[in-house]
Design a protein around this ligand. Structure first.
Ligand SMILES: [Zn+2]
Length: 382
């Protein structure tokens, strides 16, 4: 198997008892430490949290959604600002997804050909055509630091024949994405890093084929996509555990769209280096906090008079200044501050968990940390 060794990832240390690794990803706008977690800024904003608050919470990089930004506000608006970073007031690394997942999950009336995919925007119904070349162009206008290849992301329940055809298409699109990326570099556009995406659904043999054919093309890093898209948790677990350490050892490994605190431990243990997920802000807006003992639903009547912080072990702004009783009141009155405080806490909680994992790998105590965490943490999301 050929692989392009990339200078963007430095593996610092291996865990002695699992596939977990400590490392660093270098991009044009600075580096981030791994294992790491990227909060998601779908529309160019990590919902309700300002860039300053993100940095205070320990955010080192964020993910923004190519599809959403392309639909609204559109490329011209962002191009006028100079870059996505300047447009949104964030000068650290940004990873942009390719839009594949959104095109195949949000839109209707899709027409899929080898050339690309035509669909109606979920926002205003306007006809849009995306191809690997167009998606690479969009990501170059955004000036993303890590760009992703354009892929087809089929539904979890697709049969094997469909997934095989889809895999062939995604490999072809990966090759075209790389070619377009190389042409842009040649034309003087500052090159982003470019990551390949492994598909293949729940079938490990298809995943392996996807891996081999994608690595043969050669990318700066590799992501496993199409996980946690509605399939049962046992299938998520099988793909994560099997695929993590099959990805090239000296390159960065990214597990897309995962997940819950327990899933992050599982992903790190399997050898993945970083993750992204909307969970911290989505659950925050809906009145849920992730805590060291599990998920806390703040609307629950038992918190009416509770003067304790959301999580007594947490040092975030929300936990240092406000009680469960008050945040419950805010959420019940639909006051914006309630959603903000819970989202802030959740982002802080996820980032702090990753920091603790990094420290544990460094000191050879990752297995002990995982065991200790899981002994306190009740996961109702599985
Ligand atoms: Zn907190």
């Amino acid at each position: 198997m050929m692989s392009t060794v990339s200078a963007c990832f430095e593996k610092i240390q291996n865990d002695t008892e699992s596939h977990a690794r400590l490392g660093r990803v270098r991009t044009a706008r600075g580096s981030f430490e791994t294992p790491g977690f990227l909060p998601v800024g779908t529309q160019g904003s990590v919902k309700s949290i300002s860039p300053r608050e993100l940095i205070e919470a320990g955010t080192q990089a964020i993910l923004c959604n190519t599809y959403h930004l392309y639909v609204r506000p559109g490329l011209e608006v962002i191009e006028r600002a100079g870059s996505l970073h300047r447009f949104i007031g964030w000068d650290k690394p940004i990873l942009t997804d390719s839009g594949g997942y959104q095109v195949f999950s949000l839109t209707k009336m899709r027409k899929l050909t080898r050339e690309g995919v035509e669909f109606n925007s979920h926002f205003d119904g306007r006809k849009i055509f995306l191809s690997p070349e167009i998606v690479m162009h969009i990501q170059s206008v955004l000036q993303s630091d890590i760009a992703m290849v354009f892929d087809e992301c089929p539904p979890a329940e697709s049969d094997k024949a469909y997934l095989k055809n889809s895999l062939d298409l995604t490999v072809e699109w990966a090759r075209r994405s790389k070619q377009a990326h190389q042409n842009m570099s040649r034309d003087g556009v500052t090159p982003s890093l470019l990551f390949g995406i492994i598909q293949g659904g729940r079938f490990l043999d298809l995943r392996q084929e996807s891996l081999e054919r994608t690595v043969e093309i050669g990318f700066d890093g590799y992501a496993v996509g199409g996980v946690s898209v509605g399939e049962p948790h046992e299938q998520i677990e099988e793909v994560v555990r099997e695929m993590g350490n099959r990805l090239p050892e000296h390159q960065v490994r990214y597990l897309m769209g995962v997940g819950t605190p327990k899933d992050l431990f599982m992903g790190v243990e399997a050898g993945f280096d970083f993750f992204d997920c909307v969970n911290p802000t989505r659950y925050g807006r809906n009145g849920s906090a992730f805590t060291s003992t599990g998920r806390l639903v703040i609307r629950n009547a038992k918190y009416t008079f509770d003067q304790k912080p959301i999580d007594e072990t947490c040092g975030c702004y929300a936990c240092r200044h406000f009680s469960r009783s008050y945040i419950r009141h805010l959420i019940n009155c639909e006051e914006i501050l309630g959603a903000r405080l819970l989202s802030l806490h959740n982002v802080h909680f996820f980032l702090n968990l990753m920091r603790r994992m990094r420290e544990a790998i460094q000191t050879g105590t990752f297995a002990a940390l995982k065991k200790e965490f899981e002994s306190h943490y009740e996961d109702d999301l599985r």
